[in-house]
Design a protein. Structure first.
Length: 123
């Protein structure tokens, strides 16, 4: 799937996503990432939602988004309830969806100027 909407050069925008690959701006990445309008963390550890720990959420929490989109890979898979509680305690909304849907939703929200981050598992 290819995305072609034009955005200001300063925004991190998902340009393409396919199983095993994501392109943010001109960078092609083959591993999980956390992205916001002005931050790209391209060495995010989890490769599957089942591996997700509280420590893995720290970089996303540090961005202080209003909403965090969790792209869980090819299918929607919810993380452990205690991880959801951590985000709730930090007053950060969470939406869990497959990674392709998370990429599309992220692009829409970042284009609207929303305080959004996406934690995208690339499987």
């Amino acid at each position: 799937m290819k995305f072609t909407l034009d955005r200001p050069a300063t925004l991190h925008v998902v340009r393409a996503y396919a199983p095993g690959l994501i392109r943010i701006g001109e960078r092609e990445l083959t591993h999980s990432v956390i992205v916001s309008a002005d931050t790209l963390i391209d060495d995010w550890r989890p490769r599957h939602v089942g591996e997700l720990t509280a420590a893995d959420l720290d970089p996303a929490l540090a961005l202080r988004p209003d909403v965090l989109l969790l792209g869980s890979g090819a299918r929607q898979v919810f993380p452990a309830p205690e991880l959801l509680a951590r985000l709730h305690a930090a007053r950060i909304g969470l939406e869990v969806m497959d990674t392709g849907a998370a990429c599309r939703t992220y692009n829409v929200l970042v284009a609207e100027g929303r305080a959004v981050a996406a934690a995208l598992i690339i499987a």
